[in-house]
Write a protein that binds this ligand. Structure first.
Ligand code: TLP
Length: 349
């Protein structure tokens, strides 16, 4: 039986429509600037984001890091939530590529508090570096797919503006936020200067993200992409999938959110597990466990359900298009059996 793969929404396989689009794609050389399918994707992404321009990049990490490089000068300060992907999972790239220092903001459920942000703003002086960029992550991965509201985006933007800072949105899953809130994407993105949006998570593309922003910013981003080795030649093969992602895959994210709620309802009262209901907003469940998370991962893995630990007593379950209702039921069954088994055999102290 097929494994129920709840490790990440990055694991989705391209759809038949994507394979068909690949076969039909007009191709050129994107490094030479004549890739029609990449250009089509970039125009579409910019239009959907309500920004002047967009550049197609191989990954969300590259989109974020290029944005930081373009918005800052070496020695500047960037401010981000303390468990933001940019700080937590990009292997120290802001220090290495943009040569910036970071001020990390603790938060409740991944949602930045404007006052806490403002406390960490530094004015450039003979003695101190200047803060030039605020990074927001919406939805927030490590907090459990939590949404920063439009109102909060507006407030954060106001703090950044007040101090002459730009705002970059790690919008790897910003479509999940828009679908869950039932609002147009632009109502979230209009409060930031740049956004990186992933096509290869819930939107099912095999590869790629789009970085969107003002024309002049995107021209500099293209130079950074080349510098980092992210220039791709007949990238229309991949961009063709990206176009399917943006035109056909957005609305279906609601199904992942619904299945996430189903899983939450079944797991929340199991012995040995707790889930903060306030974090159940999109397609990610963060579960606290009394026993070490690795024990749950191992036990469930033996029953054909895969996921990652997200801390010593914390694990993450991610819903996506390649997990259907029947697989959710199988996962629930496996969790129930494991919880019963663990309840009968107390953890070694
Ligand atoms: N996140 C991955 C892992 O790196 C944790 C995942 O499985 O969720 N921003 C956010 C908020 C992300 O969650 C991710 C990927 C990225 C950026 C980076 O995207 P890629 O993997 O395309 O570089």
């Amino acid at each position: 039986m097929k494994t129920v793969d709840l490790r990440s929404d990055t694991v989705t396989r391209p759809t038949k429509e994507m394979f068909d689009a690949i076969l039909k794609a007009d191709l050129g050389d994107d490094v030479l600037g004549d890739e029609p399918t990449v250009q089509k994707l970039e125009r579409l992404a910019a239009e959907m984001a309500g920004k002047e321009a967009a550049v197609y990049v191989p990954s969300g990490t590259m989109g974020n890091q290029i944005a930081i490089c373009c918005h800052t000068q070496p020695g500047d300060v960037i401010i981000a939530e303390e468990e933001a992907h940019i700080l937590y999972y990009e292997v120290g790239a802001p220090a290495i590529l943009a040569n910036v220092i970071t001020r990390n903001v603790p938060s409740i459920r991944g949602i930045l508090d404007p006052d806490e942000v403002e406390k960490r703003v530094m004015q450039r002086s003979l003695h101190t570096p200047g803060s030039t960029l605020l990074c927001i992550e919406n939805t927030h991965n490590r907090a459990g797919g939590t949404i920063t509201s439009i109102e909060r985006m507006k407030e954060l933007n106001a703090v950044a503006r007040k101090h002459g800072m730009k705002v970059h949105l790690d919008g790897a899953r910003v479509f999940n936020a828009a679908v869950a809130l039932g609002v147009p994407l632009t109502s979230i993105i209009s409060h930031v200067d740049s956004v990186s949006m992933c096509l290869s998570k819930g939107l099912r593309s095999p590869v790629g993200s789009v970085l969107c922003g003002p024309t002049e910013f995107i021209e500099r981003a293209r130079i950074w992409r080349k510098r980092l080795g992210g220039g791709m030649r007949q990238a229309g093969i991949l961009a063709a999938c990206g176009i399917v992602s943006l035109t056909k895959m957005v609305d279906r994210l609601a199904e992942d959110h619904k299945r996430c709620r189903t899983l939450f309802a079944a797991l929340k009262d199991l012995p040995g597990l707790t889930i903060d209901p306030e974090t159940v907003q999109t397609n990610i469940l963060i579960v606290q466990s009394q026993r070490p998370a690795v024990e749950w991962v191992k036990a469930l893995g033996e029953k054909g359900v895969d996921f990652f630990p997200f801390g010593e007593y914390r694990f993450r379950l991610v819903l996506h298009a390649d997990v259907d209702d029947a697989q959710v039921e199988r996962a629930i069954g496996a969790f129930k059996l494991t919880a019963e088994h663990f309840a009968k055999s107390p953890a070694a102290v």
